[in-house]
Design a protein around this ligand. Structure first.
Ligand SMILES: *[C@@H]1O[C@H](CO)[C@@H](O)[C@H](O)[C@H]1NC(C)=O
Ligand SMILES: *[C@@H]1O[C@H](CO)[C@@H](O)[C@H](O)[C@H]1NC(C)=O
Ligand SMILES: *[C@@H]1O[C@H](CO)[C@@H](O)[C@H](O)[C@H]1NC(C)=O
Length: 226
């Protein structure tokens, strides 16, 4: 059969079309891979908690934090513009045996919505100032550790916060009034700390058990201040 110029053109077009499909597919899977900034922050967190052979040894330097499903790391899996491949959750429970202070690098995960670091008992020191950068944070649980220092005022600027659990630590000072301005906050558990002073009036509808066992917290839902 003699190949007509038209057939030739058709073949070329088909090839162009196929390669177009191929390249758009490979771009899509690249988008799902861990954003390099997020991976860098996670590796610093791993190294802070005992290095590549420590409790977070599952976070391999040469692996992808999203595609390879790093333990305790959640990524945005669906394609939604530029947020694909970003880390949205880091959740550690008591089984990890983490100890030391909270690394500042959690603040370098700008898409983080959920941050849980609970029940480790050996987590000490303050809630880092870098948390003030976590503008998408909705759930913060740092309960049952040995955290000390104040409840930071800047938490009141993280407007998406819905639940905050800081119970069972050694936090001291007052509950910042800024926390009462959070529009979606339904859980603020600060029980069993060393807090003192009046509970901001905007928080009086929260459950009593969230404020109990402190040094000298007072006002609704606890007893009136003297
Ligand atoms: C806390 O750390 C100490 C010393 O590093 C260790 O002996 C202890 O088992 C740790 N406790 C927990 C609950 O991880
Ligand atoms: C953490 O607190 C527990 C209970 O208060 C205590 O037994 C433990 O020694 C503390 N660990 C550190 C590392 O401070
Ligand atoms: C607050 O935390 C304490 C200690 O972890 C717990 O016993 C209590 O049930 C919590 N309160 C609420 C309302 O979740």
């Amino acid at each position: 059969m003699k190949t007509s110029p038209n057939m030739f053109l058709l073949l070329q077009l088909t090839l162009i079309f196929l390669s177009f499909i191929y390249f758009s597919k490979s771009n899509a899977s690249n988008d799902l891979s861990c954003h390099p900034n997020d991976k860098a922050a996670l590796l610093k967190i791993r190294d802070h908690f005992g290095g590549p052979n420590g409790p977070l040894s599952d976070w391999h330097t040469n692996a992808d934090c999203c595609i390879d499903d790093w333990i305790s790391v959640g990524c945005l899996a669906e394609q939604q513009g530029s947020t694909v491949g970003r880390v949205i959750a880091v959740t550690f429970g008591s089984t990890f045996g983490l100890s030391g202070t909270i690394p500042a690098e959690f603040g370098d995960l700008p898409f983080l919505g959920t941050l849980w670091l609970t029940g480790a008992l050996n987590i000490t020191g303050p809630i880092p100032n870098s948390f003030s950068k976590l503008k998408k944070l909705r759930s913060l649980k740092l309960n049952s550790n040995n955290l000390s220092g104040p409840i930071p005022t800047f938490l009141g600027r993280l407007k998406r916060l819905e639940e905050v659990d800081l119970s069972n630590n050694k936090l001291s000072g007052v509950i910042p009034a800024s926390l009462a301005t959070l529009p979606s906050l339904s859980q603020l558990n600060v029980s069993s700390n060393h807090l003192c002073g009046a509970i901001p009036t905007g928080l009086k509808k929260l459950e009593k058990s969230m404020f109990e066992h402190n040094k000298c917290l007072c006002g609704a839902p606890l007893a009136a201040c003297k």
